[in-house]
Design a protein around this ligand. Structure first.
Ligand code: CU
Length: 335
């Protein structure tokens, strides 16, 4: 049983955001890219830069990288980062007496390390673990002039910094205009602060290395263009917390084989179904659009909204053709 919140984005870059709250205390964040594929013209020189999806059309190779700021406070503000690596070691077992295989074996070993400083008092801390889910991602391209410092946050799967009021987000809407000296330079967050037993922030990237295929047309498939991470309790509870849910049922084995099992349902009635009432039919209302100040904007045509959403990667070219009746014809061409 899981509580799942799904938030689709309806304008601009296309994505579905899922937040799942599992009954064991795990929180799962999942991103699924979707939406109308912005295609290009295929010819043989394009081989290696995308996927051919029709005779004359292709989808360009690109990355989606979306950065989450995870401001977790685990049992208080004083948190540390524990690196946990599963590796292997070679050991000699003196009791092994096998002429062919010898006495050495290779076995698994876990290495744990508090990042920055050692702290003996934290050998078995209560915490939350960050798990990679589907398709952990970071940006493929490093060194592009358009991405000098304005998308530094996209270079990593995960980063951890000291929480500061002056560092509310890893980027800003103005970052794309100043690649070399952006409004928010993510690398400046990392200036040597100690991150043991303090208020920490985790920056996690999800996204997709998107090599479009025929089935991405007309809409990118959310099933595979998907990425996620999980925040899950690590010795935070004394046992699986889901056992404490009020609808748990404790069964006891019958004294005679074949007899019914005894049960304790803690007084929670079982003679009902959770199937909800039939919801009303879908309505397709005008999307609400807000400006930079959070004010509701007046309704715009779909073409105007699309122009705004795609403006930053279009070469804007508008033709104004005066006709006999002085009407105006407008067309826009993307790059
Ligand atoms: Cu894509």
């Amino acid at each position: 049983m899981t509580c799942r919140l799904t938030q689709p984005s309806i304008a601009g870059p296309y994505s579905v955001f899922d937040y799942m709250f599992h009954i064991d205390g795990t929180m799962e964040v999942r991103l699924s890219a979707s939406g109308y594929l912005q295609g290009g013209y295929w010819e043989p020189l394009q081989e290696g830069y995308g996927g051919r999806i029709r005779e004359h059309s292709m989808g360009n190779l690109h990355d989606h990288v979306i950065n989450y700021k995870v401001d977790l406070d685990i049992a208080g503000l004083e948190n540390s980062l524990l690196e946990t690596i599963a590796g292997q070691e070679i050991v000699e077992q003196p009791w092994l007496e096998d002429d062919e295989w010898g006495r050495t074996v290779i076995q698994q070993k876990i290495t744990r390390r508090i990042i920055e400083t050692e702290d003996e008092a934290l050998l078995n801390p209560r915490g939350y673990a960050i798990h990679a889910g589907y398709n952990p991602i970071h940006n493929t391209i490093v060194g592009s002039r358009r991405l000098l410092n304005n998308a530094n946050w996209a270079r990593y799967n995960l980063a951890v910094s000291l929480r500061k009021e002056t560092e509310p987000s890893s980027s800003s809407m103005w970052n794309m205009n100043l690649p070399g000296k952006p409004t928010v330079d993510f690398h400046k967050f990392f200036d040597g602060d100690n991150i043991t037993q303090d208020d920490l922030v985790v920056w996690v990237n999800v996204g997709t290395h998107h090599m479009p295929q025929a089935e991405d047309s007309p809409n990118t498939k959310t099933t595979v263009a998907m990425s996620s991470f999980l925040l899950t309790p690590l010795n935070y509870f004394d046992s699986d917390i889901s056992l404490e849910s009020t609808n748990a049922i404790l069964l006891s084995a019958p004294s005679q084989p074949g007899e019914p099992w005894g049960f304790d349902d803690y007084g929670v009635k079982q003679d009902f179904t959770c199937v909800p009432e039939t919801p009303p039919p879908f309505e397709y209302l005008d999307p609400k659009v807000y400006d930079e100040e959070g004010r509701l904007k007046e309704s715009e045509s779909v073409e105007d909204m699309r122009k705004m959403a795609e403006m930053y990667h279009r070469i804007k070219f508008e033709l104004y053709i005066k006709t006999k009746h002085n009407a105006t014809c407008v067309s826009t061409v993307s790059d």
